[in-house]
Design a protein around this ligand. Structure first.
Ligand code: HEM
Length: 562
């Protein structure tokens, strides 16, 4: 059950028990009051219509009255639905005037126009809703698909005030050029990235860049859930830190950079969907972007320790209070996630608030001006464009924490109990083959690999990456030249990586005599806890295609090459 509905039920239970106290007011990292549980117009008018997020305190009287209102809500809604829609005809230019700078907020959906002024301060998704006011909301609901359900349509219907004037319609619809493009301010990107989706941008690091230890910043894979916030003045961008007792402290990025000790660590970020296309090909259909092996990159990140900021904000980082179980993060575009508090404050956990990648300011696609880096964890937790941190007794309520990034059994279809599954945090052991090259006997003569593997004839060189989550080092990479019948150990390249633990991928390479190489070359890696990748994709099949780590098998072409 989603948070806002749960709160609604809790309030209802409190009132019906005859209890007069105001239910616990949970804090939402998006800064929106959970008095949103009294959201619907049929329940009562919110206490204030704040444009900026603010905490509203529900009064006991309002709570006492709510039970009756809830009971009557469904019949009122039914009556509303059955009554004739308002006939008022509204010109598009008039809707545009009711934008985020106006006193009242209007939107349209289809050809219907709504005045959502009262809903805005109670919106569970926070103030991002203001992006859409004065125009069409469908573009946004196509991105935040959580809205595409009857209960949300029902809420919207209560704010109906009229219809778009037919003079402004084209073939019965609002004209396409009236619909806002949320991605219009996205940055220019390198055209060598392998694009999996344009809007939002999702693109892989190209294969020839997967062999370098540090990925050039403009070749780092891009994983955007929404648009890229256009922060003009990075130094003055604000970060609010809120503790479990509700106290807040605010920092500018300049203050963070100037007042705290800098740390540089080398860390690999990997999308939980990396190699999803292999699960689809080798097991069954999966939902989500069909990534190949390039939703992974390795970078030198510079920033300050999250631990130091939390300490400065007043958190007892060496003895966490009982209710400090999770640290939630919110980005400027509304993305949200959380990590366990114990990781956030671990002095060897290297969790950073980052402002530089590879010695230069963060690129816009990667979180300018400030992002989280939670090394050893799935990249979905390293929230970009950070503007709010909340220490809490519960995980983030975002769909990206409570829904998307979870795994289920191979037998479970898409109708799963999301609440029962654990959110992905640390990732399992992974490896992939990034190149296969023929080496002629002549070129082999002085090569180190030839010496290691005792080769004096035409050979095939195989190279790739391996990594594990939680800072667990890679201790062995096994490569088979003949589809898993025989194995040899690859050479692990000793790249210099900064940080308390093994946060970076390990590059590896191996050479086989050409006549030993069959149709498929296979790799699997082993980490320091002796975790190993599964042979089959069916073993870890989940309909979301998350954490695909089956042995990577690559067909060898006659002239080498992956
Ligand atoms: C008047 C129109 C809108 C209504 C009635 C509405 C309603 C809701 C409701 C009921 C939820 C909670 C859904 C759940 O947890 O199951 C929600 C969440 C959310 N909404 Fe809206 N919304 C509206 C417009 C928008 C717009 C225009 C945007 C974006 C520009 C937006 C962004 C979000 C986000 C980011 C969440 C939270 C998603 C998450 O954390 O998982 N909403 N909205």
């Amino acid at each position: 059950m989603s948070n806002w509905k749960f709160r609604l039920q809790s309030a209802y239970a409190t009132v019906t028990k005859g209890c007069r106290h105001v239910p616990h007011k949970p804090r939402d990292p998006r800064g929106i009051s959970h008095s949103r549980l009294y959201h619907a117009k049929t329940f009562f008018t919110p206490l204030s219509r704040a444009r900026a997020p603010q905490i509203l305190v529900a009064s006991s009287a309002a709570v006492a009255g709510i039970a009756a209102l809830i009971l009557s809500a469904s019949s009122q809604r039914k009556a509303l639905a059955e009554s004739e829609p308002p006939q008022r005809l509204i010109r598009l230019h008039e809707i545009h005037q009711h934008n985020s700078t106006s006193d009242s907020y209007w939107v349209y959906h289809g050809t219907s126009v709504y005045d959502i002024t009262e809903w805005v301060p109670n919106h569970p998704g926070g103030e991002v809703i203001l992006r859409a006011v004065g125009g069409n909301i469908e573009t946004y609901w196509n991105i935040f698909t959580i809205h595409q359900k009857q209960e949300v349509y029902d809420i919207l219907e209560q704010y109906l005030i009229g219809q778009i004037d037919p003079r402004d319609l084209v073939e019965g619809k609002a004209p396409m050029d009236d619909v806002d493009d949320p991605f219009k301010a996205d940055p220019q990107r390198s055209d060598t990235l392998v694009v999996r989706s344009e809007r939002p941008c999702n693109a892989e690091t190209p294969e020839d860049q997967l062999g370098t230890f540090i990925t050039p910043s403009n070749q780092h894979y891009v994983r955007n859930h929404l648009w890229v916030p256009d922060v003009k003045d990075g130094d003055n961008h604000r970060l609010v830190v809120e503790l479990t007792d509700g106290t807040e402290k605010e920092y500018s990025v300049a203050e963070i950079r100037n007042n705290f000790k800098h740390h540089t660590i080398t860390a690999t970020l990997q999308c939980s969907g990396n190699r999803r296309a292999h699960m689809t090909a080798e097991a069954r259909a999966t939902s989500g972007l069909q990534w190949d092996i390039g939703a992974i990159s390795n970078t030198q990140w510079t920033g300050v320790r999250l631990r130091d900021i939390l300490h400065d904000a007043g958190l007892s980082v060496d003895m966490l209070p009982e209710d400090a179980k999770h640290v939630q993060f919110v980005g400027a575009e509304a993305y949200g996630a959380s990590v366990p508090a114990i990781k956030a404050v671990d002095r060897y956990g290297d969790v950073l608030l980052v402002f530089e990648m590879n010695g230069k300011p963060l690129m816009r696609d990667h979180g300018f001006p400030l992002r989280l880096l939670c090394p050893g964890h799935v990249a979905a937790r390293s929230v970009k464009w950070l503007n709010r941190i909340v220490v809490s007794d519960e995980e983030s309520w975002s769909q990206w924490q409570r829904r998307d990034y979870k795994c289920f059994g191979p037998n479970e279809g898409s109708k799963v109990d999301w609440d029962e599954a654990t959110s992905i945090q640390e990732t399992p052991v992974q490896s992939a083959i990034t190149s296969i090259t023929n080496i002629s006997k002549n070129r082999l003569a002085n090569s180190e690999l030839a010496k290691v593997y005792g080769l004096e004839e035409d050979a095939v060189k195989v190279a790739g990456y391996a990594m594990s989550g939680g800072g667990r080092d890679i201790v062995r990479v096994d490569v088979s030249p003949d589809d898993g019948k025989t194995w040899r150990q690859a050479c692990l390249i000793d790249d210099e990586s900064k940080g308390s633990k093994a946060w970076s991928w390990k590059r590896w390479e191996i050479a086989f005599a050409k006549h030993d190489v069959a149709k498929h070359v296979v790799v699997k890696a082993i980490d320091e806890s002796y975790n190993c990748q599964p042979e089959s994709y069916e073993a870890t099949y989940n309909f979301k295609g998350n954490l695909t780590t089956g042995w990577h098998r690559v067909r060898v072409s006659d002239d080498g090459g992956v």
